[in-house]
Design a protein around this ligand. Structure first.
Ligand code: SAH
Length: 355
């Protein structure tokens, strides 16, 4: 149990470890290449490492990613992976194919402490943070299950949890994911971190200079409504969040993503659309509208189709870059806001449907 997990160590730390074990830094780079570039977790398969070095390594460490306990395919081609972590906790990730793209939606915490009123994960409370190894491990496990030669192309941190509330593990994972030489080599532009609007975290991430995309869950255009939907609005209100949005550094063609869950008769009026346009004036933003996905025991409603269309068009008429996100995975409780850690026997098949 107390063996060091190599998954989640930065390439430089793997080099240090190799030195600690009496080998050269080069051996550390080989380990990084095996784990992150080739997706190999078995030390005995790392055949270009000298035998006694491998033995010394195995005595000290292992390379482990979370076990996929269950995989549930959805009618729309997406798949939910339920991971069982070393301590028995469970988190989910969702694989979403779309043409050439294969997006993986990752979790960063077991549960979530922000209690957004419309979100299933929010009802769990926060159980614990994931480690960087558990975050990167979701991707390694997902890639390992694809046909040879295929790999996840885009990553979104939109699964369970609030990424910026698990900041050190998030940034460590991002460094491993974006390291082009010895890490997984994902372009930062193919990675999106989504937040409820934790202003200090947004500013810190901006200073990190990683160049990843930021998505902000806005969901309302007044503090009154946002406060009702998202308790975090009491700590960071709309104007504070919008200031941080304006300050997030963007590359020339990069945009900041604004997530907006549409709830019937709550935040879906044409006036809301107009306020949204005003809030985002001067911001290079792309708005994703997400009709609310049902959460059991919840009394919210998704707006009728005509209201969704009216909202969309009111935004577009004023030049807002906005699109309607059809949530995937609704039939398997894998759509946005439907992730909750449950054991197999508790899963009720086909219970909800987001369309
Ligand atoms: N904590 C981060 C990451 C979770 S991302 C964040 O909130 O941004 C998940 C996205 O799905 C968020 O925009 C969240 O508000 C949204 N969401 C939550 N519950 C939902 C539901 N029932 N239907 C649609 N979207 C939902």
């Amino acid at each position: 149990m107390s063996r060091l997990n190599l998954v989640g160590l930065l390439p430089a730390e793997l080099e240090d470890l190799a030195v600690e074990l009496g080998a050269s830094r080069y051996r550390g780079r080989q380990i990084a290449t095996w784990i992150y570039r080739k997706g190999e977790a078995r030390l005995e398969a790392m055949t270009d490492l000298p035998k006694d070095f491998r033995a010394a390594l195995a005595a000290r460490a292992e390379a482990a990613w979370p076990e996929v306990e269950r995989q549930t395919p959805s009618l729309d081609g997406s798949r939910k992976l339920v991971f069982r972590l070393a301590d028995g906790a469970r988190v989910s990730a969702v694989l979403m194919p779309d043409g050439d793209r294969l997006t993986l939606c990752l979790s960063t915490q077991v549960g979530c402490g922000y209690a957004c009123a419309f979100c299933l994960t929010g009802t769990m409370g926060l159980e614990r943070n994931l480690t960087a190894g558990e975050i990167v491990g979701q991707l390694l496990a997902a890639n390992a299950r694809l046909e040879p030669g295929r790999r996840v192309s885009h990553l979104v941190f939109m699964g369970m949890g609030e990424p910026l509330a698990n900041y050190p593990a998030l940034v460590r994972a991002l460094r491993i994911l974006t390291d082009a030489r010895l890490g997984l080599g994902y372009s930062p532009r193919r990675i999106t971190v989504s937040t409820v609007g934790l202003v200090p975290g947004m500013e810190r991430l901006a200073r990190e200079g990683l160049g990843v995309n930021l998505a902000v869950s806005l969901h309302a255009t007044t503090d009154e409504v946002r406060g009702r939907l998202m308790p975090v609005n009491r700590a960071f209100n709309l104007s504070a969040v919008m200031d941080a949005v304006r300050r997030y550094p963007l590359a020339p063609r990069q945009r900041i993503f604004i997530e907006y869950v549409l709830l019937d008769a709550v935040n879906d009026s044409v006036e809301d659309a107009h306020r949204l346009v005003r809030l985002l004036r001067g911001v290079r933003a792309k708005v994703n509208l997400i009709p609310w996905n049902p959460v059991p025991g919840n009394t919210w409603q998704a707006p009728p189709y005509v209201r969704v269309q009216a909202f969309l068009h009111a935004c577009r008429r004023h030049g807002l870059n906005v699109s309607l996100r059809r949530s995937k995975g609704g039939s398997i409780e894998a759509a946005c806001g439907q992730l909750r850690a449950r054991k197999a026997q508790e899963e009720v098949k086909g219970k909800t449907n987001s369309r």
